[in-house]
Design a protein around this ligand. Structure first.
Ligand code: LER
Ligand code: MN
Length: 291
């Protein structure tokens, strides 16, 4: 199953449907990101096999770049496990190459766009979206805020339209204040999406960033509603859901209320181990969304 295909199962009634929320777990293939909030680190085969054994629907991939993954081998993994690719992260463009969509230098912004476009192509081959998180960049001494925001808007417009040609949404992720000074809340990000020339850019609700920035996480989810296209499922301390102090009831209710039909993807530290974090995630996921 691809990540954006047929999210609703019809019950035969014209106005009723069951929303297909699906589970995913992250794998990082980026050595520079060691110590970061990704569940699996031992390659795609290992991640797909563990995800399959634990009952996940999909794997979200943080790759060093568009050419770093053997695509034939990945197609084979998708086929043999029956799992999907939930999304592909683009953060390696920043972590490995120092690129961002709001860089003061035109040449670097162009390279950032080229990197993301190639990642969109990679994701589209597996029917899923690319995520723009740290690639959004930040403003600072060399670049004032409104110019940086203009660059980001330009990037989201171009890349959102590019993704549309490939039949996949583009996912934009507001981050907490320690990672970007552009947009930190879903409401601010929704306002930006409303100004774009395309409606193909959706938001990533990362519940860790939201725990830091939102007045009320559940209310923010309800407000952003149909703009949300992906969820990072993570507790207050960036560990697996249930290992921190997040109050999950109202958040799960908000996700159901907006008829969310995408992935609930664990982007968490592998604490106390990758498998323990994944097992806790799928247990909490079933408790909140599927029992
Ligand atoms: C970074 O903090 C994050 O949440 C990632 O999803 C960004 O790529
Ligand atoms: Mn995230």
């Amino acid at each position: 199953m691809g990540c954006i295909g047929h999210p609703f199962i019809s019950l035969g009634y014209p106005t009723e449907s069951v929303v297909m929320i699906r589970s995913a777990v992250t794998v990082s293939l980026v050595s520079e990101a060691r110590g970061g909030p990704f569940v699996y680190w031992e390659g795609l085969e290992h991640a797909f096999s563990r995800a399959k054994a634990l009952g996940f629907d999909a794997v979200e991939i943080f790759a060093p770049g568009p050419d770093a993954v053997d695509r034939a081998a990945l197609h084979q993994l998708v086929e043999t496990t029956g799992l999907a690719v939930a999304a592909v992260g683009t953060g390696a463009g920043m972590v490995k190459h120092g690129l961002s969509l709001s860089d003061p230098e035109l040449g670097k912004r162009v390279r950032a766009q080229e990197f993301v476009k190639a990642m969109i192509d990679f994701g589209a081959e597996f029917e899923c979206s690319a995520i723009i998180g740290s690639m959004q960049g930040r403003w600072g001494a060399e670049l004032d805020k409104s110019t940086a925001l203009g660059f980001l808007r330009e990037g989201l417009n171009d890349l959102g339209r590019y993704a549309e040609e490939k039949d996949v949404p583009l996912i934009y992720e507001p981050l907490n204040r320690y990672e970007t000074n552009l947009f930190n809340t879903l409401a601010d990000a929704v306002a930006v999406l409303q100004e774009l020339d395309t409606d193909n850019v959706k938001l990533l609700a990362d519940l860790f960033h939201m725990n830091i920035e939102e007045v009320n996480v559940a209310d923010a989810i309800e407000m952003a509603g149909a703009y949300i296209g992906h969820v990072h499922f993570v507790d207050s301390n960036r560990q697996a859901a249930g290992f921190g102090h997040t109050d999950w009831g109202p958040i799960a209710e908000a996700i159901r209320n907006i008829h969310y039909a995408g992935y609930i993807s664990a982007e968490v530290f592998p604490i106390p181990s990758s498998d323990a974090a994944a097992e806790q995630t799928i247990k909490k996921y079933k408790e909140l969304f599927h029992d």
